[in-house]
Design a protein around this ligand. Structure first.
Ligand code: GLU
Length: 433
């Protein structure tokens, strides 16, 4: 036996990387397995994609307003940095786990490579329900979390951004905390900042705008007119709300919406502007007067042309995929569809526009923000939107072509394009040492 054979066979994944087949990391691993046969000689490096480069778990203690000390669990995962610094949002949610953040970081690697922005993939999160915190508590939590992950983030290392339950204010606190620690104002350490603090015009709407832009593009390919199309939208925040507004302005009818506060239906189409104002004031769609309430389970079976899941992962599963009436699903959320559900939708002839391209508008404008911060020269909103649309349409055209060529889904096609880019970089850089 050769002295190294023990090492060569030591391929078992560490326990925290093993697929929990019901969870997002398991979904991601299955997506990678589906693409591996198309990677040619680069498949030699595919194991790289199944192991995040670096996972940091931090304790985030804060003093609550009532004087007690509370501890929260925080994470920052850098999945891959072959093509550039880590990049991806930070989410504050009571259900955040390490394996969820790992999956979200991996999807960022794929997404950034799919639209060809020069980043790897990363993601962060804190296991907390921010609605239960006062503004002061939220600020202390954000600052302590930023300090704890300060070891691994930086304008050329890893650049956080908003995600579920985080916003411009939280990015401003993150930027300030990092800047105080390094002794200089480092605007490029996060994106999604307020416009007057190194943020970019168009960043807040960018994810929803991308969902709309690519939705229109994909609809053309399947002969689905947007004028008069019936939309169902899950999640009415920064992604679903903006996408719904743009689709409605283009003549579509938003007939159903759902979020954590309830589900609504209106055959004639909801007044999107009024609903956005309601959500702004009340924190959710529940209680909106201009629609009928809908049973939560009935949402998936609503008669519609386009379904936009724009909330959390794992929403479209083998249990409800069969009920979906839409001709097209546009994934505004990250990871909303399980692999089993993907197959069911495919068999039903539903076109799925996958998260890793559908919601890439956000990180694309994050890239513009980062470039603007480095050059201290800011672009007009028209220029930003024009560049965004151009990048997304070009990426989509390439992916559509790969899907036709290999007769695969748009998800697998996006993974083919992205994994080839990442693994090519991996190969050219070579292993260190
Ligand atoms: N959180 C967003 C996403 O999932 C944006 C990330 C970014 O801008 O870095 O794509």
């Amino acid at each position: 036996m050769s002295p190294t054979s023990g090492l060569v066979t030591a391929h078992a994944l560490p326990s925290y990387l093993q697929a929990d087949h019901l969870g997002p990391w398991g979904t991601y691993l299955q997506q990678v397995d589906r693409v591996t046969p198309y990677l040619g000689h680069l498949a030699r490096w595919v194991e790289t994609l199944k192991r995040p480069k670096r996972c940091l778990i931090v304790d985030v203690p804060i003093e609550l307003d009532n004087g007690t000390i509370a501890h929260f669990e925080g994470y920052r995962v850098q999945h891959n940095t072959s093509r550039g610094p880590g990049k991806g949002g930070v989410r504050f949610h009571q259900d955040v786990t390490l394996s969820e953040v790992m999956a979200l970081s991996a999807w960022m690697s794929i997404k950034n490579a799919a639209v060809n922005v020069p980043y790897g993939g990363a993601k962060g999160g804190v296991r907390v329900d921010p609605r239960l915190l006062s503004r002061g508590e939220l600020e202390r939590l954000t600052r302590r979390y930023t300090s704890e992950i300060g070891l691994v983030i930086g304008p050329t290392k890893d650049i956080p951004a908003p995600d579920v339950n985080t916003n411009e204010q939280i990015m401003a606190w993150m930027m300030d905390t990092y800047s105080m620690n390094v002794g200089e104002t480092a605007t490029g350490v996060v994106t999604g900042k307020p416009v007057h603090l190194g943020g970019s015009l168009g960043r807040r709407e960018a994810t929803g705008r991308g969902v709309f832009t690519l939705g229109v593009e994909a609809a053309q390919h399947i002969g689905l007119p947007i004028e008069g199309a019936r939309l169902a939208v899950q999640g009415f925040g920064n992604v679903g709300g903006v996408a719904a507004k743009l689709f409605a302005a283009a003549g579509a009818r938003v007939v159903a919406v759902q979020d954590h506060t309830g589900s609504l239906y209106r055959e004639a189409g909801l007044d999107v502007a009024a609903l956005l104002a309601h959500v702004q004031a009340q924190g959710g769609v529940g209680g909106f007067a201009g629609a009928e309430p809908l049973a939560n389970d009935a949402f998936w079976g609503v008669d519609c042309d386009i379904l936009i899941p724009a909330a959390l992962e794992g929403q479209i599963t083998a249990a409800n995929a069969g009920q979906i009436q839409a001709r097209m699903v546009i994934e505004g959320a990250n990871g909303p569809t399980t692999p089993e559900a993907d197959d069911i939708l495919h068999d039903q002839g539903v076109l799925v526009l996958p998260d890793v391209i559908a919601n890439a508008g956000g990180v694309t404008v994050s890239y513009f923000e980062w470039v603007q911060d480095f050059s201290s020269f800011f672009w007009s909103e028209d220029e930003i939107n024009a560049r965004l649309v151009r990048i997304l349409k070009e990426a989509f055209a390439g992916i559509w072509q790969v899907a036709q060529e290999h007769k695969v889904s748009l998800r697998t096609a996006t993974f083919i394009v992205a994994c080839q880019r990442i693994l090519y970089a991996r190969e050219m850089r070579g292993l260190y040492p």
